[in-house]
Ligand binder design. Structure first.
Ligand SMILES: [Zn+2]
Length: 62
């Protein structure tokens, strides 16, 4: 069964992880960082694992 994977919206890498920031106890929106292209932002793409290769091919312009 397919599972969901987080994908960088900029380069298609799955090497994206959540940065936990807490400033004086305030709840801040989650921020995501891509280790491959250094994307930092509050959005990421979530796809089924079996859709991943198709998405990455599309992002490469194939
Ligand atoms: Zn990236």
């Amino acid at each position: 069964m397919a599972h969901k994977v987080r994908v960088c919206p900029q380069c298609g890498s799955t090497n994206i992880h959540e940065i936990h920031t807490s400033v004086s106890g305030w709840l801040t929106p989650a921020t995501y960082h891509c280790k491959d292209c250094n994307y930092v932002g509050s959005i990421y793409v979530e796809v089924d694992s079996d859709e991943l290769s198709r998405l990455q091919a599309a992002m490469r312009g194939e």
